[in-house]
Design a protein around this ligand. Sequence first.
Ligand SMILES: [Zn+2]
Length: 498
Amino acid sequence: MRVALASFEFEGNTLSSQVHRRAEFARKVLAEGDDILPAIEGRDLAVAGAWEALRKEGLDVVPVLVAHGGSGGIVEGAFYRETFDKIVAGVLSQPVDGVFLALHGAMICEGENDPEGALIAALREVLGPGVPIAASLDLHAHVTPRMADNADILVGYETYPHIDAYGTGRRAAELLAATMHGRIRPVTRLKRIDALLPVAGGSTNGTAPMAEVRRLARLAESGGRALSASYFPVQPWLDIDDLGIAGVAVSDGDEDAADAVAKEMVLAMWDRRRDFEIPCRSPDDAIREAVRRPGRVLISDAPDCVGGGAPGDAPAVLAALLHAGLEVEAAVLVVDPDVAARAFALGIGQLIRVNVGSALDPRFHPPAEVDGVVESLHDGRFTYSGGISAGTPGNMGPTAVIRAGKLRVVVPTYATYEYGDEQYRAAGVDIGDCRIAVLKNPMNFRTLLDERTSWIMVGGAGPTTPDLASIEWRVKKRPFWPCDDQDNPVFMEPRRDN
Ligand SMILES: [Zn+2]
């Protein structure tokens, strides 16, 4: 038996001005046919986990296309349609008995707010009801009824920080194989509540509210009520009308059980909704507090999270660091293609006076004036050490390090998803030697914490602002949590016992 395998992964953000086209995908993962295996082998991607599981089950894999674009605003309509058509044509190019898709689940395209639902529905239409379709999803997926109705199996990441893309691909593929071998008859159900949750409070570790949801999911599975239980606190920076936190369950032929477990997942998030809030400070306040503290302090520049779709070019924390006149070693990273090019043109050791930041999205902050020396220049290439991209190459393009007193400003050409400190290392900066280091994410910086390191989160405006109530929602209708205080959940799927 044959399984068609494809991926089309991208996390959208309607507050971001960034448009991702072929070039942005090509800098991450983009391959077709025979080029797919070399592009994914040995990497912790969901498609790689799926391929491994399908082969173990004795199934022939038909690789169609893999595309991983990271995060940004929207995907260009032409590239989306081209990729969509190639996946559908590739799946139809020979008879297949199953389809595996690795999706993020929160992609947004020009002209389409539910691109994954459109893709799964198109495949269902051409394949008919007899060919099972399984998809792996990011924990922040925007799962829609169209996705749940047309897929046989949907499985989301278990972890945030995400470390289980490979394992999620494997789990979804194992269920697909069991379906194809006739061992199970999967039924997938979705339950959503019209609410959003702050991403920064969504860790699945320790005593965080999502850790409890995670335990409940594993209990539902080990207790035999579901083959798979997933929870989706959702990518919240999508101003679209059909957005809410979700639970998804796959059962073996038992619709009621799938409904009940999906509902349990989403209600578990709703019940702890007040515990997701993380206190934030202004950039100036954060630097003052960091200087006061002993040990190393990581500053999370939450409103400019590249992994959430922001351009990584916000100079707000850089400006505060310059303003503070630091007497301790510090490092900050701000994407700015023009400044990187200028530093390369000048060369190492040369004086440089430039406006840094807000080059890609000028709406939120003025640039910061940096007066310093070009300390080093780099090609910006690195390999991810962990997370959903472990083993995958990263490319932030020509990257300059400008020293201004005790501060080193790392200036890449392109924004890249942050897992740990790969970007700093690629620029020759060891943030272990810094008293203050700025990371542009609200969660993954925690992978760098140790006993001598504390952290402070910065709030404010930006495409990934942690303050969801501060967003001017134009499309998504109020009232909804957390913009409005609500005592009772409003379910979005008007089915059964909701
Ligand atoms: Zn995610």
